[in-house]
Design a protein around this ligand. Structure first.
Ligand code: MLT
Length: 406
């Protein structure tokens, strides 16, 4: 007789962005005339840049010719893409990462959910609070998180590192020693960052206690300040303790195209085993590679024209971020993030609960935000707005919120 994985039953409710999406759809169905503006999930709205479309068209044509047709992609991804990533994202920034330490995938969401598979079930994870829910939920599915307490919204076997206004939304080294540490900078959801020397402390700590850092750098393209590191490998010693996840979703608008990569240095050894070999084994068994057409599109991201066109897209979204930041600040909200990240993290007015404010904003302004509590207990009393909408919608949403006179 078949049995289910009981760990799935422990997951409270549905995935955060599914709940937010459902609430939006229900509202729209009940108010068909309402012009609802969605600034909740971090989904891009600008079309793909011309240089990327050209690369895709060319690759489509290649697939139609016997001499250039491609079947299964190589296990770790095409060399043309891994080479350019190693050079542009790492070596040119002074990071010692080679092409054969890069694993191409269909995006950072699946990598961030899957990477825990190569660690033992008894590993203890530490996460920022608030946190991108995938890190925790994927560990729940794996049976690594213990028992959920509905009142505190926490798991018994997870170490939470509160990121609050008091600590500038930067986690402190935990009191209890973790085995795996999830860090995401620029941060989703708070938009906060750490400096290179702050990140160096994490690398030193992980090396000291034998922990592995899973570093999600999906929002790297939004960094505007000099002292903010673009990669954890800019820190000394990161090759022996850190895995880095990257995405093409936010820097190049690939949310619907799907492409990302994971970096595992060959020096990263746990239990006398290279994590690189384990992930290669896992990748080879469970994955047949991102499509050739998409990997060619990814390569175009690094071309000189690609760099120019994508900088414009990032600037477009960051103009939205500034509009939200300034607009809500001038309306009296306590606002943070939005400088090195496309997310703005805002305190709810009048101590309102996150979901209460979410409902109110949808009802009174027809604006969809993401309730901070959905990212963890320290997110209660906050909401997140994304800069990935159109400029027009962003302006309208901010003006509608201002009119509510909180
Ligand atoms: C978010 O809104 O937090 C992200 O877009 C979700 C994701 O990238 O999977």
């Amino acid at each position: 007789m078949a049995h289910i994985n009981q760990e799935y039953l422990k997951l409270p409710g549905s995935y955060l962005f599914s709940t937010v999406g459902r609430k939006q759809r229900e509202y729209q169905a009940a108010h068909p005339e309402a012009k609802v503006i969605r600034l909740s999930i971090g989904d891009v709205t600008l079309p793909l840049a011309p240089v990327i479309l050209d690369a895709m068209h060319k690759a489509v044509d290649e697939m139609g010719q016997a001499e250039s047709f491609k079947g299964y992609a190589p296990d770790l991804g095409y060399e043309f893409l891994r080479d350019v990533i190693a050079k542009k994202d790492y070596q040119e920034r002074g990071c010692d990462i080679s092409a054969d330490e890069i694993f191409i995938s269909d995006g950072a969401k699946s990598d961030s959910a899957n990477i825990q598979e190569i660690f033992g079930k008894d590993n203890k994870i530490a996460v920022c609070d608030p946190v991108y829910p995938v890190y925790v939920d994927s560990n729940v599915m794996a049976g690594r998180t213990g028992v959920y307490d509905v009142n505190t919204m926490t798991w018994s076997d997870v170490i939470y590192m509160p990121c609050t206004a008091e600590n500038g939304f930067a986690p402190q080294l935990p009191k209890e020693t973790p085995d795996i540490i999830y860090l995401c900078f620029p941060n989703n959801p708070t938009g906060a960052t750490v400096t290179r020397s702050q990140l160096q402390e994490w690398v030193d700590y992980a090396n000291k206690v034998g922990a592995v850092i899973i570093y999600d750098a999906a929002y790297e393209a939004y960094i505007s300040e000099e002292e903010v590191p673009h990669s954890i490998y800019q820190c000394e010693g990161a090759r022996t303790c850190a895995i880095e996840l990257r995405s093409f979703s936010k820097n190049a608008g690939f949310t619907g195209v799907r492409l990302g990569f994971t970096v595992i240095p060959k020096d990263l050894v746990v239990d006398n085993t290279k994590l690189h070999s384990l992930w290669a084994r896992r990748h080879g068994t469970k994955y047949n590679g991102a499509p050739y057409i998409i990997q060619r599109a990814g390569e175009a991201v690094y071309s000189p024209e690609g760099q120019v066109q994508l900088k414009e897209q990032v600037a477009y979204y960051m103009r939205n971020a500034a509009y939200i930041y300034e607009g809500l600040k001038s309306a009296g909200f306590k606002v943070s993030g939005g400088v090195n990240a496309p997310y703005i993290w805002i305190e709810t007015p009048g101590n309102m609960g996150s979901w209460e404010f979410f409902d109110l904003l949808l009802d009174k302004a027809q604006v969809v935000c993401t309730p901070g509590a959905g990212f963890g207990p320290s997110g209660e009393g906050y909401f997140r707005m994304t800069a990935f909408g159109s400029y027009e919608n962003t302006v309208e949403a901010v003006e509608r919120i201002k009119k509510l006179n909180f």
